[in-house]
Design a protein around this ligand. Structure first.
Ligand SMILES: [Mg+2]
Length: 263
């Protein structure tokens, strides 16, 4: 399909955030108008992130603050996909969760039984309040045989400063200490989060487009899940990196703002 055809026929736009619609607190170009035009054209917008250190409410507040939020929009994080995965396949099991307090509260509110002792399942989220005690506990529990789930695999988190370690770096640490790697990873580029969002939005894969600036997470995610894919060159990926990559997006745009002319 051409880029124009993808934009015209997609019903659900999964939007990566950093590098795709904003940088930190600054929208990319006139993103507010672009997103408004997509809504007017009947597109459903999902802010779709691997970052499991924040709750959807925290993201919604940020998107409102910078003028991008609109009626009917949805935030979907890898933590939300992990909650749905636990509810669907491991209902009633006890979970040791490495996460921020806000994300822990999100899991509890969804009815996940959190425990500090003898868990059936360990979940590793992006815990920006990580401590040695937490690392020691999750290491012990996965060595003892608990199911090991990670919310997402990103090695580092985009930042204006030096990129800080993200869950992929914690996974690497735990592999050295425990010899184990996650049994399941829920976020991009894997299929758990794709299955969840299709169910949530009640939509077929060929009516979904993943829009993002990262080839090995956003674009690979779209391909792995049978979604259309649009790479935007407004963030991490430059044209030279695209030429050298095995990950092939269906369409490429300088930024998401360039999609508006196809509506
Ligand atoms: Mg990005």
């Amino acid at each position: 399909m051409t880029t124009e055809e993808i934009v015209k026929q997609a019903e659900v736009f999964l939007l990566d955030m950093d590098g795709t619609i904003y940088f930190d607190e600054t929208p990319i170009g006139d993103m507010s108008s672009t997103l408004a035009a997509l809504r007017v054209a009947g597109k459903r917008l999902v802010y779709f992130t691997n970052n499991s250190s924040k709750t959807p409410d925290e993201y919604e507040k940020k998107l409102k603050r910078i003028g991008l939020w609109g009626e009917g929009d949805l935030v979907y994080t890898s933590a939300m996909a992990t909650i749905e995965y636990l509810q669907t396949f491991h209902g009633g099991k006890s979970v040791y969760l490495v996460a921020t307090d806000a994300v822990k509260a999100e899991f509890s509110a969804a009815g996940i039984a959190l425990t500090e002792e003898k868990p059936d399942v360990c979940v590793l989220a992006y815990d920006t309040s990580l401590t040695f005690e937490k690392l020691k506990k999750i290491n012990k529990y996965i060595v003892e045989g608990a199911l090991y789930i990670a919310t997402h695999p990103d090695d580092v988190c985009p930042s204006k400063d030096v990129f800080p370690p993200d869950v992929g770096s914690f996974i690497a640490l735990l592999k050295v200490s425990s010899g184990k790697t996650p049994d399941v990873i829920c976020g991009k580029p894997y299929t758990v989060m794709g299955d969840c969002i299709k169910r949530r939005m009640r939509v077929a894969g060929d009516k979904v487009v993943m829009v993002g600036d990262r080839l090995h997470t956003d674009i690979r995610f779209g391909v792995n899940n049978g979604f259309h894919t649009l790479l935007v060159l407004s963030g991490e990926t430059k044209a030279e990196a695209l030429a050298a990559s095995p990950d092939r997006p269906e369409g490429v745009l300088p930024s998401l703002n360039d999609a508006a002319r196809f509506l």
